[in-house]
Design a protein around this ligand. Structure first.
Ligand code: 1PR
Length: 529
């Protein structure tokens, strides 16, 4: 019996889907007594350390879990499920961990590296392990702001290490207790193979694993993300569409570039590192009434094992019956349907306007509420900026850049105005201040679009990307304008962005994802093969 310790705080749907796709079934832990009946126990910790330990305490799971671990019974911890084994975490200094492994969980110090550590990195396996028996050195998916500190006291637990500004424990193991910092259910086939090893109960390595002799530092790959703008067409069908500077109509019809689930699966097979769905008309209607979008997520997460982000309509709503829903209610529905991250667009602009007026956080924004429950790494901010040209920086209080592409009247400077409702309404907020304030509010990543470049194939707006990337300490995704493989190399060479996103060139099969990755690899840019 394989039991899943799901304490209801996050997206374990993908893990369930991964386990089912491998042909295994699960029994649920519904009562504390179920823990000691488990033959193999998986603990997928999601969200924050403190919230996880609190939930385990409230549910009465802590004591039976300690007893299960003390007996050295088969356990696989994932992410927080690894961190919980330690004595405590800087994330929640007053909350004790299970204390099975000596040492503490520390926060990455920012420095020049974005935090969270989000994306695909290598692991250096240091000894034989059933878990890594058929691991072939592929990159695995990490998303965490805290790490397990390798010390002399916990040396007998060291299974694998990874580098991100410093070396940290990416896998621990002693006897039949194993845990991994990365997400195997989000690490494509390499992760599925590792999960299968635990599920099959191969206590002894079928094939002898030769611990990696490679001691060179590991490197986080640049992520290539496929983006599916989704809306209903005039016939009421949910389609993948694509704007040209946000105009999705061609000859009066909504462009129809395919079906969301099929396209997402194709991009997964083609090597996309993440898939993003943007429900581009959700600002109009109530997304929870948009069952098709929730079903798209449910069906996609059944067979796509890389991170899924969903955006569109994540804000407070009142439905036709006058019932109020918070942005967290909307986000809950998306997470329960299989999303790993949610993306907030228009509501983030309103949140920033409120913050700039108040001058302080007050816990009222969707960003704070969703990050508080699901963790910063689950909250992406989608920015829809357009250039506003000025003759000199003195003309505006906004963050301006000297531009290499002068305005229509020869203006040498511009600022990047944020918009809401898919570019339909400009606001007195610029992209740099929006990104800075959203980081303060707890956002974990920026999806940086450009209305000027969207769909043009003219390349990313490098001046916009650099202005925002240098203003925040969280990962930034460059979006809008990719027209050829060179544009990806250009944005990674000119800026420190962690990821680049495209839509049109992938939907129209003009540039395969693998062609982008081969081109980047040939130029020494770290990618996930
Ligand atoms: O405001 O929280 O309801 O979220 C709405 C979401 O939908 C936002 O993320 C917003 O960017 C997006 N959106 C709204 N209207 C449109 C539109 O096109 N009319 N999509 C739209 C914006 C940006 C990317 C696009 C890249 C790459 N699209 O999704 O895929 O620009 O395109 P390219 O590679 O073809 O150039 P809320």
């Amino acid at each position: 019996m394989i039991s899943l310790l799901d304490y209801g705080a996050g997206n374990v749907r993908s893990l369930r889907n991964a386990i089912h796709s491998l042909g295994f079934s699960l029994t649920e832990i519904e009562h504390p007594a179920d823990i000691l009946k488990a033959e193999r126990l998986i603990f997928p910790g999601v969200g924050s350390f403190g919230a996880a330990m609190q939930r385990l305490q409230t549910l009465g799971y802590l004591d039976p879990l300690r007893e299960y671990l003390a007996a050295g019974r088969p356990y696989l911890g994932i992410c927080i499920g690894l961190q919980a084994l330690f004595e405590g975490s800087d994330e929640s200094p007053d909350v004790p961990g299970l204390g099975v492994i000596p040492g503490r969980i520390r926060r990455f110090d920012a420095g020049e590296l974005a935090v969270p550590h989000m994306g695909w990195n290598d692991v250096r396996v240091e000894r034989d392990s059933p878990l890594f028996a058929d691991y072939a050195g592929e990159k695995l998916y990490f998303v965490h702001s805290y790490y397990a500190d390798p010390t002399a006291e916990n040396r007998d637990w060291h299974l694998a290490k990874t580098d991100y500004g410093r070396s940290f424990l990416s896998a621990v193991e002693r006897g039949r207790i194993s845990a991994v910092q990365f997400h195997p259910e989000k690490s494509a086939n390499a992760g599925l193979r590792l999960l299968r090893r635990f599920l099959a109960g191969a206590e002894q390595p079928l094939a002898t694993t030769t611990p990696s002799t490679d001691r060179s530092p590991t490197h986080l790959a640049k992520r290539i993300i496929a983006c599916l703008d989704v809306r209903t067409n005039d016939a009421g069908d949910l389609v993948v569409t694509k704007g040209d500077q946000y105009d999705v109509r061609e000859a009066g019809e909504v462009r129809n570039l395919g079906k969301p689930v099929e396209l997402a699966r194709r991009y997964y097979e083609e090597g996309a590192d993440e898939i993003t769905f943007l429900n581009i008309t959700a600002f109009r209607d109530f997304p929870l009434a948009d069952q098709p979008m929730l079903e798209v997520l449910e069906r996609t997460s059944e067979r796509v094992f890389v991170p899924l982000t969903i955006g569109g309509g994540i804000r407070a709503f009142r439905d036709a019956a006058g019932k109020d829903y918070s942005a967290l209610d909307v986000a809950d529905a998306y997470f329960r349907s299989g999303a790993d991250k949610i993306s907030i667009g228009s509501d983030a602009v309103e949140a920033v306007e409120g913050y700039l007026q108040r001058g302080a956080k007050d816990g009222s924004t969707a960003i704070e509420q969703i990050a508080g429950v699901y963790g910063n790494q689950a909250v992406v901010i989608s920015i829809d900026p357009r250039r506003v040209y000025v003759r000199s920086p003195e003309e505006t209080h906004h963050h301006t850049v000297a531009t290499g592409t002068p305005g229509p009247e020869g203006e040498q400077y511009c600022w990047f105005q944020c918009t809401v409702k898919g570019g339909r309404e400009g606001r007195d907020v610029d992209a740099v201040e929006l990104a800075r304030v959203c980081e303060i509010l707890g956002a974990g990543e920026i999806l940086l679009n450009s209305i000027d470049r969207d769909g043009t194939g003219a390349g990313f707006d490098l001046e916009l990307v650099q202005a925002v990337r240098s203003a925040v300490g969280i990962p930034v995704i460059a979006s809008s304008g990719a027209g050829c493989v060179e544009h990806f190399a250009e944005v990674f060479a000119a800026t420190d962005v962690e990821a680049a996103l495209a839509a049109g060139i992938f939907h129209r099969r003009e540039v395969p994802i693998q062609a982008v990755k081969s081109y980047l690899l040939a130029r020494g840019i770290e990618i996930r093969a």
